[in-house]
Every structure is written in structure tokens, then in C-alpha cells.
Design a protein around this ligand. Structure first.
Ligand code: HEM
Length: 131
């Protein structure tokens, strides 16, 4: 299983970038009221990417023996992920106005960037820990 650590970590990082790119494109379509958002594959693909992203996260936790119960930074990631999903849903679906969608898009991308900083710093202070 240890041999799989690096490949799974690379997969995890790639899926995270794919998830962000997919979200940004869908949010852009939502802001512009594009009908492209209604396509079946556009609705299904994010669930596949996010399921694989979380599966790779679980595998990394098993390999490293680290989880939200013994590592504050992983707990911080899980909590921030809940906010990212919430802001993302508001940006794509729930926010009533264009300005609201843009605001939640910015909040979602900021939260995503916080998560990457936490992952790299292994600390809830995220990027602040690295400067
Ligand atoms: C709550 C779900 C998640 C959990 C439990 C989780 C867990 C982990 C674990 C255990 C590692 C390995 C750290 C190490 O090698 O020491 C890792 C690495 C990483 N994760 Fe996640 N992850 C999650 C979601 C995400 C998301 C949504 C992103 C993107 C925003 C992300 C970005 C990264 C990055 C960039 C790394 C590599 C950090 C590095 O070693 O340089 N993760 N994650």
C-alpha cells in the first residue's frame, strides 16, 4: 500500500484541480445564465470527480494513519470542504442575483485556496503558516 502513496497523492491533487476547473466553468455558465449548464454530462461529471477526490483522500488517510481525529489540519480541510460545497451550491444554483453568484464564486475559490494551503502546510493556518 505504501508504494501507492505517491501515485494516489498525485491523483488526489489532479482531481482537486479538475474539481476546481469544473466548478469555475459551471459557475461562469450560471452567472451568464447559459443553457450549457443543463446538459446531462455537466450535471453528472462533478459527482464522479468529487467521489474519486474523496476516495483518494480516504486512501491517503489510511496509508498515512492520519485522520480528522488525530490531525487538526485534516479536520480543518473537512470543515472547509463543507463551506466550499455550500458556497459552490450558492454560486451555481441558489443565489438569486448575478452579483450574489459572483460573490459566492469568489468565496468558494478563496475557500478552495485555503484548503490547498492547509494541505501543503499541514496546518489549519494554511498559507499564513508558510510565510
Ligand atoms: C476533506 C477531504 C480531504 C481530505 C480528508 C484530504 C486529505 C489529504 C491527505 C491525507 C493528504 C496527504 C498529505 C501528505 O502527503 O502528507 C492530502 C494531500 C493534498 N490534498 Fe487533500 N484532502 C481532502 C480534500 C482536498 C481538497 C478539496 C483539495 C483541494 C482544494 C486538496 C488538496 C490537497 C493537496 C494539494 C495535497 C498535497 C499536499 C502536499 O503534500 O504538498 N485536498 N489530502
Amino acid at each position: 500500500m505504501q508504494d501507492l502513496y505517491l501515485p494516489i497523492k498525485n491523483l488526489h491533487m489532479s482531481l482537486a484541480m479538475l474539481s476546481l476547473a469544473g466548478f469555475a466553468i459551471r459557475a461562469w455558465w450560471a452567472i451568464n445564465s447559459s443553457t450549457l449548464l443543463q446538459q446531462r454530462w455537466v450535471k453528472i461529471t462533478p459527482h464522479i470527480v468529487d467521489t474519486l477526490l474523496l476516495t483518494s483522500a480516504v486512501l491517503l488517510m489510511i496509508i498515512l494513519g492520519q485522520h480528522p481525529g488525530n490531525q487538526n489540519w485534516i479536520l480543518a480541510k473537512v470543515i472547509a470542504l463543507v463551506f466550499y460545497i455550500g458556497f459552490g451550491t450558492l454560486a451555481i444554483k441558489r443565489a438569486p442575483s448575478k452579483a450574489g453568484k459572483i460573490l459566492f464564486l469568489i468565496l468558494a475559490i478563496t475557500t478552495f485556496s485555503y484548503i490547498i494551503g492547509v494541505a501543503i502546510a499541514h496546518h489549519p493556518a494554511s498559507w499564513l503558516q508558510l510565510i
